[in-house]
Design a protein around this ligand. Structure first.
Ligand code: ZN
Ligand code: ZN
Length: 360
């Protein structure tokens, strides 16, 4: 059971920030720090070594079976339950995660003792999930392995005349039938000029000959997300887009080659960004290179020019450079990469070499 160790890491952080207690309410954090898979509850971890899980009557039985904590306590009103626990366990300076809504914090502030300090710990808490253990990595590998099978199954639908939305639906259906518990997000199927929209969710447009199609999709397995993007051709696209594909792929390969423990994630972003800029497309790569992924599709650490994180073994991040040319189209190529002891391992398995689906 990894939860004792994870709660211990919370306590180390509490000591560093001179806090008495931390409260977690986000589903992903509850799952990570105490094993609870329901949708509503609060985990209170104190610096003095206590862990208490609070939930409502719908989840008491489930929590009793799943949760790693000293005690499971039922509440009727969540904020009342949290304040009562903090009074009993002794919390004066309380840290909370970045996802906690302002209204909830305000409610706790009002109900709690006026002398208590409520301290948001965004970066520090978010970083706690950045390094994955082998069970987490296995779940993501399992999710990513479904991508290749599902895409191959529906490939004959990625043809001129098909509607973007139908491609997205078929892909989702295939992933779920193969064992995905959920899709990771609303899939992007952006064809032709729509490829210039980095987040063009699948629409009513029909695919056509001579276009590129960008498909950004992912499966979730055992709570863990996978995320992958392929851009494929239907016949021969405009010359410039063909060159753009090679540029994006080379930037993607350069970034992955730069990943090893100790390298700043900002440097990895720069490896791809400098290459794209040198090719003349710097202005058309507007987003960060990638993001951490795990219980959330987007989680710490981010891989961008502003990232302060350093690559460490066990981190899983995406590498997804893209070039988007308004009116013409775009290319994005995305893989998930695990930082290993001496380098990097790509967890997604679809080949990213340029492919014309109408050829041969
Ligand atoms: Zn993606
Ligand atoms: Zn992504």
């Amino acid at each position: 059971m990894p939860f004792i160790d994870r709660q211990h890491r919370v306590r180390v952080l509490l000591a560093e920030h001179q806090l008495d207690a931390a409260i977690f309410t986000a589903r992903e954090n509850l799952r990570y720090f105490c094993g609870f898979t329901g949708s509503d509850g609060v985990l209170v971890v104190t610096g003095s070594g206590r862990a208490r899980f609070l939930t409502d009557s719908r989840y008491t039985t489930q929590a009793g079976a799943e949760v790693c904590a000293d005690q499971v306590v039922e509440y009727r009103v969540q904020s009342e339950g949290v304040v009562a626990a903090l009074l009993e366990l002794g919390g004066q300076r309380i840290g909370f995660e970045s996802g906690l809504a302002y209204g909830k914090v305000d409610d706790l502030r009002t109900r709690g003792d006026a002398s208590w300090a409520w301290i948001p710990l965004k970066d520090a808490f978010d970083g706690l999930r950045a390094v994955k253990d082998s069970v987490e990595i296995e779940a993501m590998v399992a999710a990513a392995s479904l991508h290749a099978v599902a895409l191959a199954e529906i490939e004959t639908l990625i043809r001129p005349g098909s509607i973007e939305r139908d491609v997205a639906l078929a892909l989702e259906f295939a992933l779920k039938r193969l064992g995905a518990e959920e899709k990771s997000f609303d899939f992007i199927v952006a064809s032709g000029p729509r490829g210039a929209l980095p987040h063009g969710v699948a629409g009513d447009r029909r695919l056509a000959v001579g276009e590129l199609v960008t498909i950004d999709f992912g499966a979730r397995v055992a709570g863990y997300h996978a995320d992958e993007t392929v851009t494929v051709a239907l016949g021969t696209p405009p010359d410039e887009l063909r060159r753009v594909y090679d540029t994006v792929l080379a930037a993607h390969d350069l970034a992955i080659a730069a990943i090893r423990p100790g390298v700043a994630l900002a440097e990895i972003d720069r490896a791809a960004r400098d290459f794209i800029a040198a090719a003349g497309y710097g202005a058309y790569f507007g987003h960060g290179l990638g993001h951490g992924i795990g219980l959330d599709v987007h989680e710490a650490p981010t891989v961008s020019a502003r990232s302060k994180a350093i690559a460490a073994p066990g981190m899983v991040v995406t590498v997804e450079p893209g070039i988007y040319l308004p009116g013409l189209g775009g290319v994005r190529i995305e893989d998930m990469v695990l930082v290993t002891e001496d380098g990097a391992r790509v967890l997604t398995c679809i080949d990213k070499q340029y492919r014309d689906l109408l050829a041969g």
